[in-house]
Design a protein around this ligand. Structure first.
Ligand code: FHN
Length: 573
């Protein structure tokens, strides 16, 4: 009885809410992605045909329509005798990566772990006989790295009912539900049961219906309530059903978003190993991408594609070692930081409490770092690596000028710390009118408040969503140079439940009102005329939009507001 109570209490303690669950992810910022499978053995070539450099070598089976029988035959030859989980995890750790995500099953359907669901797995199908997922999970735990699995839950070119293989199997005879029940869900269950606590499950390429997505989410929540779920558990056109959004592959948003996100990125032009692709990113590119991603509030999941024998290509190791050297010195400016709304010609910034980390990619020639847009006074400034030498700070509000130290520069990114007084306050982003042109007020230029959030819809489009009440708003600051009448149009997508919801759009002192028209089940954006606004004289104006009254659902997915001077021909470029 006592034992039962203890177990119940323990179970309650580990069941956290969504916000608690994602804390580690928000803090850790940097992860290692590992794409590894039988395709690594082909290394980008099948019967003399090559996967072009810059394309995805792990797609080779699909690209050349390799028959299942021949691909399976080839997979027997996978024998990664040089695979060393301890070394891979140590490399991730030295690089400053805090989580590792391995392809437990990619689209080719081959399981890189011991699976009872299908003998098409590395233990039963090859001479290797070891379970790399088990070895990696163990080493990660020892090293304090979060262990995570990638599982391609929809695409499966091996299974007759899986998605994607229409060269061996007749598309019209497929029973997708059967694939989900026979293979996809049971394998996911194995992964959630046999490898200890997982940091996250990384699903890929969406799912057909929201109901099917919900079943995968439920499976994870039931078996591992603390495990995160990435956004791709759901379809491209469905709202987020996981814990955070993924950018497109190698994607980068134009600005910060108001949600948790991660971008998966390659080190060369492929995820799976290709012996032809030697176009490696430099350490400088990787470091600056990491900083840019973190400065916009995201996580960087950087891929390595081990070779078939288990070794990691030497050029990727060399890049990661240098990134690691930078992280060991400058990690404080990355881990646990938040997005910073300012961008500079010389670099980016990240923020932690009252410390603003100024990442200097290209030091200004005169050695003066001009920080424009910061409203807080800077109390003291110093190089992160030399805190005892205080730097000269002049000005405050408008432009703060900090003198860079004469030496000690890092060729990729020198980090200067500016300790500010009070909570970060920045000047709003101001949209300036060019001649008598119109304005497009897009998502990135908006300042959101309340629950309104800048989000990403997986088709590469950004929008403002989650606004349900009048206090949830988006505001743009405009510098208008031409007085006159402006037509006002707004572009949005709206689901059926939003139809009829009223909203207010203020252009300076004028108020326009509209009622939402539904555009379709998900992200079918359309443009609507809202009327005219009169600008009496040139000057600074605020444009604000918000729901007119409280509703129990999202108002709309707003892409932009367009103000066009009436009677002025539109520019065509
Ligand atoms: O098709 C895959 C691809 O092979 C790779 O796994 C990437 C990683 O984000 N995901 C898919 C495409 O988005």
């Amino acid at each position: 009885m006592i034992r039962l109570i203890v177990t119940l209490v323990a179970a309650c303690l580990v069941v956290e809410g969504a916000e608690e669950r994602i804390q580690w992810f928000r803090h850790d910022k940097f992860g290692m992605f590992i794409h590894w499978g039988p395709y690594s053995l082909l290394a980008g070539e099948w019967q003399g045909q090559r996967v072009p450099v810059g394309s995805e070598a792990e797609w080779i089976m699909q690209r050349f329509n390799i028959p299942v029988k021949q691909y399976r035959e080839m997979a027997h030859g996978l024998d990664p005798e040089k695979f060393n989980a301890q070394e891979i995890v140590a490399l991730a750790k030295r690089t400053g990566m805090k989580y590792v995500v391995i392809t437990a099953k990619h689209h080719d359907g081959f399981a890189m772990y011991r699976s009872k669901v299908s003998n098409y797995n590395i233990v039963d199908w090859t001479a290797f006989k070891r379970d790399p997922v088990e070895e990696l999970s163990r080493e990660c735990r020892k090293a304090g790295i979060r262990f995570c699995v990638y599982y391609s839950h929809r695409e499966d070119w091996d299974h007759p009912d899986g998605y994607g293989n229409n060269w061996d199997y007749d598309r019209t005879r497929k029973n997708f539900e059967r694939y989900l029940e026979e293979k996809s869900k049971p394998q996911l269950r194995e992964l959630l049961t046999n490898y200890g606590p997982l940091g996250l499950v990384w699903f890929d390429r969406g799912m057909d219906t929201p109901q099917q997505t919900a079943e995968f989410v439920k499976l994870v929540r039931t078996l591992q309530p603390n495990c995160l779920i990435n956004g791709r558990v759901g379809n491209y056109a469905q709202d987020l059903m996981g814990d955070y959004q993924n950018m497109n592959d190698n994607g980068m948003p134009a600005g910060g978003l108001d949600e948790y996100w991660e971008t998966p990125q390659t080190l060369n032009g492929t995820w799976g190993y290709s012996r032809f692709d030697q176009q490696w990113k430099t350490p400088g590119v990787v470091i600056r991408r990491l900083v840019e991603i973190v400065s916009k509030g995201g996580n960087y999941l950087l891929n390595i594609g081990p070779m078939a024998d288990g070794t990691i290509p030497a050029p990727s190791v060399a890049v990661l070692e240098q990134v690691g050297a930078w992280m060991r010195k400058n990690g404080d400016s990355i881990y646990g930081t938040s997005a910073c709304p300012m961008e500079f010609p010389w670099g980016r910034c990240t923020i932690k409490d009252n410390r603003l980390f100024l990442h200097v990619f290209s030091p200004p020639a005169d050695g003066i770092l001009r920080v424009s847009g910061l409203r807080n006074p800077v109390r003291t400034a110093y190089a992160l690596l030399e805190p005892s030498r205080k730097l000269a700070v002049r000005g405050s509000g408008g432009v703060t000028a900090i003198s860079l130290p004469p030496g000690g520069r890092d060729e990729n990114d020198t980090v200067i710390v500016a300790e500010i007084a009070g909570k970060l306050e920045t000047e709003p982003f101001v949209l300036t009118q060019g001649s008598d042109l119109g304005f497009e007020l897009d998502t990135m230029a908006a300042a959101t408040s309340g629950k309104a959030a800048k989000r990403f819809n997986r088709e590469g489009k950004f929008h403002i969503a989650r606004w349900t009440a009048p206090e949830d708003s988006a505001t743009w600051t405009l510098l208008i140079s031409q007085a006159g009448t402006y037509s006002v149009r707004i572009r949005y997508a709206a689901r059926p439940e939003s139809a009829g919801a009223r909203y207010v759009l203020n252009v300076g002192p004028q108020s326009l009102e509209g009622a939402v028209e539904q555009t379709g089940p998900w992200y079918q954006y359309r443009t609507f005329d809202l009327g005219m606004a009169k600008i009496e004289k040139a000057g600074r104006y605020l444009v604000t939009m918000h729901p007119a009254e409280s509703a129990g659902h999202n108002l709309m997915y707003l892409q932009s507001v367009v103000l066009q001077p009436v009677g002025v021909p539109q520019m065509i470029d």
